[in-house]
Design a protein around this ligand. Sequence first.
Ligand SMILES: [Zn+2]
Length: 248
Amino acid sequence: MAFGAVTFFQKGQRCSLPLGGGNAKSKEAMKRKTTRTPFDWEAWKQTLLSHHDVFDALREYLEWHFADAERIKLEERPAPGYERRPTIGLRLQLPENMTLAIRPGWTPPRLRYSDDPADPRLFGRLHTDVVMLELVGPNKLMTLTLREGEPPKAGWTPYDPGVRATRLRTILDTAHDLLVDPAGVFSRQADKCCCCGKALTDVVSRTRGIGPECIRLFGSFTEFAERPDAVAKYRQKYLKETGFLPGR
Ligand SMILES: [Zn+2]
């Protein structure tokens, strides 16, 4: 300790005397902050791995949807690349003002302006094989990245184990609902389109939870026969366990 306080022990009690107007309280707080137990990333990785059945199925499902949505968009309007991130993905409103954004991976453009309009650095790249999950409240609450052949990668993670477990549960529950009853999840989004976030006004869109401009991208969620293997397997397992599968 350099300046500010003298620390000594007296009858088993730790005392601190401020020197030269030093704030002993804030020093104590600082000390607590720096000496707390380090985050156990290995245990967190194992926890995420233990839910691979949900994450694998979700990743296959979303990858399939992203690729399909991109194909439809490019058919409508072929583009050499994306200057801005295209609206492909889901923004699901959850209780308690939380939103789960599920989007493909994205590398932003490296340049904002170039003399050559075809300069590849002006365009970002979309990675439909990467699924990014972002749970947000007013702030970032938890982020995860799913990629084939890799364990789920933790991004923003809360330090508190209780908070961490609750937020992971929220993500897992939403993923589960999406796998067994996607239409049900979308129809819970009455106010905003679950794809682009625009306000929904007409009854059909509100019942569906998807706006008129975005519904064309959502065929991949309801083409039951063509679902990827992991999704079909997950649904079969659920059906076996419960004897019931919502939305067919
Ligand atoms: Zn929309």
